[in-house]
Write a new protein. Structure first.
Length: 517
């Protein structure tokens, strides 16, 4: 019993020393130490008679002996592992066992008690404690010796009881401090777990944001590709429209050139018409001059004939001494001046010419006729000069009439040639005019055709612009619908991710609850 008490005491002191030097005290170690101290105090107040059996039963129920404990406690380890190796029996079971053994020891004979006591002791005790336990349970020992030993050991343990109480109070204080520190550590642990959870949530949110950014980047890149494709399509359409505008400008320039050509041709036609009118006027003037010259020539011829007749009549009258009496003189009463010399006889025609010259003697009439002849000749010369001037003007203007300048006497041939040249020029001008009119009609047709093409190009450009506006409007509409659809998809993905997270958290909580149970 003494060895068992010493072993229990040393174990309690060792636990106290380990707990004192331990920075973080485990509540299980403190509880174990307090339990062992209480059990030691209860064993001190038990009856001495049952001490041997109680101690033997106490140490027989232990899983590990004291020597094994001290040999193991020398190793480096935690307090929890050392305390776990020592099993503290229950106090109620210990009391029941001690009472039962006390009854058996003092009701049976001593020989049986010794045999029954030595049999379990030999299997559970060590070599060192075998002799001590055999002496303690020897039946020959007297009751007085047992009382003396009890008193001795009672005094011995009474001295150390105060130390155990103090150590128990210290252990309780340390237990409270350990509980407070454990509570603080638990709070810190909970705070750290909360911070870890918050950081995990932040990391998850950042991962979601990164995924969202990647998705937006992919969408933006796709949108950029679509915009590039649309830009290339619009660039192609713009090139086509530019080509159409260039063709339109070329057609407009060609139309302007054709209009200028038409203006020049019309101007030439007007000039030709003016030249034709001027030629017609010249031709009419020449025809009038020709008629006037023909009249003068007829008069001249008539005068020449009359003059020749008069000369012949005068010659015949001088030869025969005849005097021609005019027809208008009645009864032959002729009032004339006295004729000096011979009598002059003229013919009837000469008499008519002389009568047309006026009244008076024959020489006066002849002088009048000669004066008229001179006047006619002077007029003919003047007309010839005017005709030459007109010919020179015509030769300077056109040139074809220059061949008529060398002709002096063949005025009829010259007029005929001039008329032929004029007719030829008129026919040429008419041909040129008809050709110019044909060119004008062809140019007008080409102008109309070009104007039609311009109108078609304008309508095509307007239709293309309308189609482009419609396509742009449809594109904007589709982009709005796409954005709304993407927003809805994003919201659904976010809700799905949140629901998945909540489901994972619920599963984790469920597994934790199941693990705790």
């Amino acid at each position: 019993m003494m060895v068992d008490y010493i072993t229990l005491t040393v174990l309690a002191l060792r636990l106290n020393t380990v707990i004192t030097h331990q920075e973080q005290v485990q509540p299980e170690a403190v509880l174990c130490l307090s339990t062992m101290t209480l059990q030691a105090s209860r064993l001190l107040v038990e009856p001495v008679v049952g001490e041997g059996r109680v101690c033997i039963s106490f140490f027989s129920d232990r899983k590990v002996s004291a020597a094994d404990y001290f040999s193991r406690s020398n190793r480096r380890g935690s307090v929890v592992s050392d305390v776990d190796d020592v099993s503290i029996p229950d106090l109620t079971s210990l009391d029941e066992k001690s009472d039962k053994q006390y009854a058996e020891n003092y009701t049976r004979p001593s020989s049986r008690n010794s045999a029954s006591a030595t049999t379990p002791l030999s299997g559970n005790s060590s070599r060192r404690g075998s002799g001590d336990t055999s002496s303690l349970i020897d039946p020959d020992t007297s009751l007085s010796e047992l009382r003396v030993n009890r008193n001795f050991w009672f005094a011995f343990y009474e001295q150390f009881f105060g130390f155990f109480v103090e150590s128990l109070s210290e252990v309780e204080e340390k237990y409270k401090k350990a509980m407070v520190s454990n509570a603080q550590l638990d709070n810190e642990k909970n705070n750290l777990i909360y911070q870890v959870d918050t950081l995990k949530d932040v990391i998850e949110e950042q991962e979601e944001q990164m995924a969202e950014f990647y998705r937006e980047n992919a969408e933006k890149s796709k949108e950029l590709e679509r915009q590039k494709h649309m830009c290339s399509v619009l660039q192609h359409k713009m090139d086509e429209l530019k080509e159409g505008l260039r063709q339109r400008d070329e057609l407009i320039e060609e139309n302007q050139r054709m209009q200028q050509k038409i203006d020049t041709v019309t101007k030439e036609v007007f000039d030709l018409q003016e030249t034709l009118l001027w030629k017609d006027k010249n031709i009419r003037a020449l025809e009038k001059q020709k008629e006037y010259i023909a009249c003068l020539r007829n008069e001249r011829d008539n005068l020449r004939e009359e003059l020749a007749d008069l000369k012949e009549a005068m010659k015949t009258g001088e030869k025969h001494g005849l005097v021609i009496i005019p027809d208008g003189t009645p009864n032959g009463d002729v009032h004339h001046e006295p004729v000096v010399g011979a009598i002059t006889v003229v013919s009837q025609e000469a008499a008519q010419v002389l009568e047309s010259a006026g009244e008076g003697p024959l020489d006066v009439r002849l002088r009048k006729l000669a004066g008229e002849k001179e006047e006619l000749l002077s007029q003919i010369r003047k007309l010839k000069l005017q005709l030459e001037e007109e010919r020179q003007k015509c030769s300077r203007s056109d040139g074809p009439a220059g061949e008529l300048a060398g002709l002096q006497n063949g005025s009829d041939l010259q007029l005929i040639e001039m008329q032929r040249d004029a007719n030829r020029q008129i026919s040429e001008y008419k041909f040129k005019l008809s050709k110019a009119e044909q060119d004008i009609t062809t140019l007008e047709q080409s102008i109309n055709r070009l104007e039609g093409q311009v109108l078609r190009y304008k309508t095509a450009a307007e239709n293309a612009e309308k189609v482009e506006d419609e396509l742009k409007a449809e594109k904007r509409k589709l982009q709005r619908e796409l954005r709304t659809a993407l927003d809805k998809i994003e919201e659904m993905e976010m809700t799905n991710s949140h629901l998945a997270k909540r489901l994972e958290k619920m599963k984790a909580n469920r597994t934790a609850l199941l693990a705790q149970q």
